[in-house]
Write a protein that binds this ligand. Structure first.
Ligand code: C2O
Length: 372
């Protein structure tokens, strides 16, 4: 028994630029961002609008053209906001970075003892990233001044071949989603980031979900689709396993006063392999947690992890394995919203995507649901 992790204004004010993976980072919001601001509680609108996040590979024709234009415009604006604006891509990337570089300390405890907070490799991973993407999406919507805009997802777990007859019964989109969505791959637009590995630029190379989660700098072989598809299916099956205790899917506990866990084995099953693999596969040594969120691709690929969490919760009696520990439910985070207001979010308010006002387009999940 302990107490929940709480990110407060004081946590932000005491942020100290840290270092990780041999990179020194400068990810604290201040001095660019004003931290002498009020904090306002976030209350999800339980019966608000419901926007659909769609599978990117299934957009086509006019819809794809319009969406491409909106998305690239939104990121162009976001990239051009001044660093003092917490909605700028620079600050969005930094806030994520600060959590992976030991920059935040539990309030009242000494940084010298490395009482630093991380939202990776523990049970904060899923809810923190859901909420981060949620506010990022609200910001994009506001920058576009388009109430209908939603962030779509990279359906990388979907290696389904539509010609395989077992897929045809499922409703929804059948196209395989395991290639980098083209919309993020045009190097003349704002959704592109030149720090990605060259492997992401080769058309029709299947993303690799099965890079060993415990290795930080693995050599990543280029695999043929024939080789990659069954490996990915297996990695997804393991990542989405029910498990027997909350820890299996959600990750180890992380409470007030805990020392930041740098061991990837603290991660839940989905984070451990598919998530780590995707970062390593996208990165040219750069898509490591510290630098990842400076790249727009981060948000739609995390939208898919969010979707996978949602699907897992809706499967069988998995819901029973959601942690009930108040030290998880009462954890608190701070996020800037679309109006640059700093919001205090309780983890318990992030557990239903319906309450947050969005849903996911149904796509073919049979690829990894069925037995290989
Ligand atoms: Cu905070 Cu995909 O990482």
């Amino acid at each position: 028994q302990g107490a929940p992790v709480r990110i407060t204004l004081q946590t932000l004010q005491n942020c100290r630029n840290g270092s990780s993976f041999n990179m020194t980072t400068s990810c604290c919001p201040a001095p660019d961002v004003d931290l002498n601001v009020p904090v306002v509680d976030f209350v999800p609108k339980r019966h608000g609008v419901c926007r659909v996040r769609k599978a990117l590979q299934c957009l086509s024709g006019e819809e794809l053209r319009i969406y491409t234009e909106k998305l690239t415009t939104a990121y162009e604006i976001m990239r051009n906001l001044p660093a003092s604006d917490p909605r700028s891509l620079m600050q969005q990337g930094r806030i994520h970075c600060a959590y992976c570089t030991g920059s935040f300390t539990h309030d009242g405890l000494s940084a010298a003892a490395y009482f630093t907070i991380d939202i990776h490799f523990n049970w904060l991973f899923l809810p923190w990233h859901r909420t981060f993407v949620y506010f990022h999406e609200r910001i994009l919507r506001k920058l576009l001044n388009d109430e209908s805009f939603s962030l779509h997802f990279w359906n990388f777990d979907n290696g389904a071949d539509a010609t395989n007859s077992t897929q045809v019964e499922t409703e929804g989109c059948f196209k395989p989603g395991h290639f980098v969505p083209r919309i993020y791959n045009n190097n003349s637009t704002s959704t592109f980031d030149s720090n990605r590995s060259n492997r992401t630029l080769v058309p029709n190379i299947v993303a690799d979900l099965s890079i060993p989660g415990s290795e930080f700098f693995p050599v990543i072989p280029v695999r043929s689709a024939d080789e990659a598809v069954p490996r990915n299916r297996e990695a997804m099956q393991i990542g989405m396993e029910r498990g027997t205790i909350p820890r299996d899917f959600f990750g180890v506990t992380f409470k007030y006063g805990d020392v930041r866990n740098l061991n990837t084995t603290g991660a839940g099953s989905l984070e451990f392999q598919p998530h780590s693999s995707m970062h390593l596969w996208i990165g040219g040594g750069v898509m490591l947690p510290a630098t990842a969120a400076f790249d727009p691709i981060f948000y739609m690929f995390h939208a898919n992890f969010d979707r996978l969490w949602h699907i897992w919760m809706e499967t069988g009696d998995n819901r029973k394995l959601q942690p009930t520990d108040p030290d998880w439910l009462d954890a608190e985070f701070l996020f800037w919203d679309e109006n640059q207001v700093l919001r205090r979010v309780k983890l318990r308010d992030t557990l239903s995507i319906g309450d947050l006002g969005y849903s996911y387009e149904k796509v073919n999940d049979a690829f990894w649901m069925e037995d290989a």
